[in-house]
Write a protein that binds this ligand. Sequence first.
Ligand SMILES: Nc1ncnc2c1ncn2[C@@H]1O[C@H](COP(=O)(O)OP(=O)(O)OP(=O)(O)O)[C@@H](O)[C@H]1O
Ligand SMILES: [Mg+2]
Length: 284
Amino acid sequence: MQTDAIVVEEIVKAFGGTKRRWLPGRRRAGDARPEKTVYAVDHVSLRIRKNEIYGVLGANGSGKSTLIRLLSTLLIPDSGRASVFGHDVIRDEQVVKRMLNRVSVEASFFKKLSPFENLMYATRLYGLSGAQAKREIPVVLQALGIPEDRIHRPLEQMSRGMQQKVAIARAFLTTPVFLLLDEPTTGLDPRSKLDVQEFVLRLRNEHDATVLLTTHDMAEADALCDRIAILDRGRIVAEGTPSELKAQAATPELLDPTMEDAFMHFTGKSIEEAEQEEAEPVAV
Ligand SMILES: Nc1ncnc2c1ncn2[C@@H]1O[C@H](COP(=O)(O)OP(=O)(O)OP(=O)(O)O)[C@@H](O)[C@H]1O
Ligand SMILES: [Mg+2]
């Protein structure tokens, strides 16, 4: 029997506004209408199996990073529950923190130190011996396409894509049981994208990790994920294996839909249109 590693139940996180209901009848003179509340994550429920690569596919502003922050204990939900291997993210925060590693664009590093120094620090925290770390760090960095001469130069001199790769290397070397990857390949060139995708697979296959990754890259979700949830304005509008989602978008005219077609089918718009809407919010 497959076990659920991650369980999320009806989780909600809203930003802005008063979160109290605006009652026109009780309005007093001079009261401003409260700013609009944005439900970044709106009653999301999902279950991720142990050793699964679970993708959350959504446009800009659909709530992907908020969901990741809720699961990695960086944000407290307004309501609902989430647990990681049976440990509640709020009640057992410290235990959960030790089990996970989050990779995001704002990866926390000591920017003045080199990738090697940063990784030495991280691996020592996670209990790898100094000798082992010294041996493995250059091997992993080079496998990710970071040239040897960059390994000892300050991290702040590296491009964002390179820093992203160092974050992936850290995840690989510290072997978390639950890995949260917030758009791990966004902004990377095609070669680097493939390098990172291969490492995500290795993390799952060799290190037995359970992976939640967010992306707005249709091909990546299709190729890398065992199951995908499509997130639209904070809500999950579809969930299934890539083939299941694509099959549901099939019509007599469109016998072999792509993931892009599936996204359109479930959200009513293409990812470009969805991102355009986010960039130009309509006044309400
Ligand atoms: N700290 C915050 N304060 C106010 N609003 C926020 C905050 N964080 C997120 N939001 C809002 O919540 C919604 C979801 O944001 P989120 O960053 O989770 O989306 P995303 O899917 O990660 O987008 P992107 O693809 O651009 O990274 C957006 O409308 C965003 O403006
Ligand atoms: Mg985001």
